[in-house]
Ligand binder design. Structure first.
Ligand SMILES: NC(=O)c1ccc[n+]([C@@H]2O[C@H](COP(=O)([O-])OP(=O)(O)OC[C@H]3O[C@@H](n4cnc5c(N)ncnc54)[C@H](OP(=O)(O)O)[C@@H]3O)[C@@H](O)[C@H]2O)c1
Length: 342
């Protein structure tokens, strides 16, 4: 089958190659991928930035999001059957959605929302699960609380705004001048144009900050939190708690302790908490997202769509950091050969 893979880590973005057919375990579901979407994570993995945390074997097929149709299921799978339309962020150990087919553990899969296309569904899993795990699971965001979401026009930001509004929060965000009205339309109550104003000079007394930017934005975020507030970062630095949760070697935990010591100390001094969230696959949480999408509460946001053959260009576009919502890749829909489940 065709797959977009890397042979080594580095600046080369990868290429379309012939890859072996997926091995379907007893709890796996073999999916014909109809669409995928690009995440910043894909480019970071290709460069080798995650090789200590996620030690993949090479060659590696990239891709962390899928929407598609079930071709066959492993012997123990009861919840899915051939023909079902599904979507997922596969477990981090077994990525590879930039491919014609992938075998995904059933626990990571969910039924695709009925009211959106395959392309729209592929735009959701990784960013929607990230928003859910930050706002619902970690922040336990409550009605009436104030949340500041950095980069509201990004893949994560555009979904996090919609989810936070659904949870009843007052939402502030940042974007550049051209995107201000567009981000307001997603539901944000306050939109700070970061080209004109520094967010830390206009926002006060927030309960939660979702940071997806660099260390400067992270440190400045402390200034807008009220005592008891929560600073949650998805762009680092990782913490020793994260190292323990990932079962990483103690030395990596030590390094993460050092990397995050500054922000943890400043947060403690100010009476706020600091957490690093590294999203994980969850079909159960994706089921909750399906319900929200079908109720019209969350809508996927697509900037551009690229054909499978142009995956390298799609990765390059996302790396430029200007995408408004998500960048989607569409696969051919020709029926596959027989693919027996194992
Ligand atoms: N830990 C995790 O589990 C996890 C999960 C998902 C993502 N992430 C990380 O989170 C980060 C964001 O991911 P993403 O998918 O949302 O990225 P993205 O979609 O590529 O973000 C692009 C958006 O960021 C905006 N932006 C850039 N600089 C900005 C600034 N200084 N202030 C405000 N907005 C700015 C851009 O808007 P303008 O064009 O208007 O500037 C653009 O719309 C990445 O580093 C990614 O690796 C981590």
């Amino acid at each position: 089958m065709k797959a977009f893979s890397i042979e080594r880590y580095g600046k080369q973005p990868g290429r379309l190659t012939e890859a072996p057919a997926p091995v379907v375990g007893e709890h796996d579901v073999l999916v014909q991928v109809r669409a995928s979407s690009v995440n910043v994570l894909d480019a970071k993995i290709a460069k080798g930035e995650f090789k200590l945390i996620l030690p993949y074997a090479l060659p590696l097929t990239l891709g962390n999001d899928l929407a598609g149709v079930v071709l066959s299921v492993g012997a123990a799978v009861r919840r899915f059957k051939p023909g079902d339309e599904v979507y997922a962020r596969p477990p981090q150990q077994r990525i590879g959605t930039f491919a014609e087919r992938i075998a995904v553990h059933e626990d990571a899969l969910a039924r695709k929302p009925d009211n959106i296309t395959m392309e729209q569904a592929a735009a959701l899993p990784l960013v929607a699960l990230t928003a859910w795990q930050v706002l619902v699971e970690t922040a336990k965001l409550k009605k009436g609380q104030k949340v500041f979401i950095h980069a509201g026009s990004g893949g994560v930001g555009s979904i996090a705004i919609q989810l936070a509004k659904h949870l009843g929060a007052f939402v502030a965000t940042t974007t550049s001048t051209a995107n201000v009205e567009w981000v307001k339309a997603l539901g944000a109550d306050v939109v700070v144009d970061y080209k004109q104003q520094a967010f830390e000079t206009v926002l006060r007394d927030y309960d939660v900050v979702l940071n997806s930017l660099g260390p400067d934005a992270l440190a400045k975020s402390l200034k807008i939190l009220k005592p008891g507030g929560q600073l949650i970062s998805i762009s680092g630095p990782p913490t020793p708690a994260f190292a323990r949760a990932q079962n990483l070697p103690w030395l990596l935990g030590l390094v993460m302790g050092v990397l995050s010591s500054g922000i943890r100390r400043k947060a403690r001094k100010q009476g706020v908490s600091y957490d690093f969230v590294f999203m994980r696959a969850s079909g159960a949480q994706l089921d909750e997202i399906t319900t929200l999408v079908e109720s019209g509460i969350i809508r996927p946001v697509i900037d551009r769509t690229f054909p499978f053959e142009s995956t390298a260009a799609a990765l390059d576009y996302v790396e430029q950091g200007r995408a408004k919502g998500k960048v989607v890749i569409t696969m051919e829909t020709a029926p596959p050969d027989a693919h027996p489940a194992g």
